[in-house]
Design a binder for this molecule. Structure first.
Ligand code: HEC
Length: 230
């Protein structure tokens, strides 16, 4: 009887102390079961373990370094993510600058030229997109008489005097950020498609052929206000 109590006591003390070793806290993740599942061997942009010996007890790496070491020796300070070159702005795959203007920056936006060159195909795409996204309110001819437009009322007549001479960048900005009672469409329509709609509105609905301007020159005004380093 006594022996059973004693072994029970020592047994539970042992189990408790073993379990205690698994306790996590602060920067210590505790004992990990199958650590290879938690620690990425690939470079991670936001974590950096510089100690080459970390996780060496577990390592199967061919370079002999610890399993958890994940710094990039080819970059300054072993960083995994390269910092962008000072005073530069990354462009997207199509070569466009990001549109970082706020809704109130209409005047700045107006200076941006359409980076998409107009063509038959672009106008065709523009028509399809216009019918998808704008027709319900602005109507086929752009006169503000779409089915939903008739209900909500006050939809701009794109052929009307106040709107017919709107710069392309202005229209792009209104589609992207919305204006007044019109909602923003930036999250639904990719930038290139928005510029195609702009061509369609200008050339077909408003009947004005606009020469495709050199995008790089005017385009940058849009971000001139934004310092990427901040
Ligand atoms: C849900 C209805 C609705 C949809 C969809 C819509 N608009 Fe509008 N749009 C409006 C309303 C309402 C106004 C008037 C906004 C105001 O001044 O309050 C307006 C205004 C405008 C203006 C004039 C902006 C100015 O400077 O006053 C332009 C240009 C425009 N829309 C283009 C578009 C294009 C292009 C699309 C398709 C991508 C589109 N809209 C989709 C309702 C809509």
């Amino acid at each position: 009887m006594k022996i059973t109590t004693l072994s029970l006591f020592t047994g539970s003390a042992l189990v408790l102390s073993l379990l205690g070793g698994c306790k996590a806290g602060g920067d210590d993740p505790g004992l990990e079961y199958a650590p290879q599942m938690y620690h990425s061997v690939a470079y991670e942009p936001l974590t950096q373990i510089k100690d080459e010996t970390q996780g060496s007890w577990l390592s199967t790496r061919e370079d002999g370094k610890g399993e958890f070491f994940n710094s990039n020796v080819n970059n300054p300070h072993g960083m995994n993510m390269r910092e962008p070159v000072a005073n530069t702005v990354p462009r997207n795959k199509q070569g466009y600058l990001p549109h970082r203007l706020t809704q109130a920056d209409l005047a700045l936006a107006a200076a941006i030229a359409n980076p998409v060159a107009a063509s038959e195909q672009v106008l065709k795409d523009g028509e399809k997109l216009y019918l998808q996204y704008c027709n319900a309110c602005h109507g086929k001819g752009g006169e503000g008489d779409g089915k939903a437009g008739q209900v909500i009322g006050g939809v701009a007549n794109l052929k009307g005097g106040a709107y017919v001479n709107l710069p392309e960048g202005h229209i792009f900005h209104v589609i992207t950020k919305g204006k007044g009672r019109m909602g923003a469409h930036g999250s639904q329509i990719p930038a290139e498609s928005r510029w195609k709609i702009v061509h369609y509105v200008k050339q077909v609905i408003q009947g004005q052929a606009v020469a495709a301007a050199d995008s790089t020159a005017t385009d940058s005004t849009a971000v001139a206000q934004v310092n990427p380093a901040n």
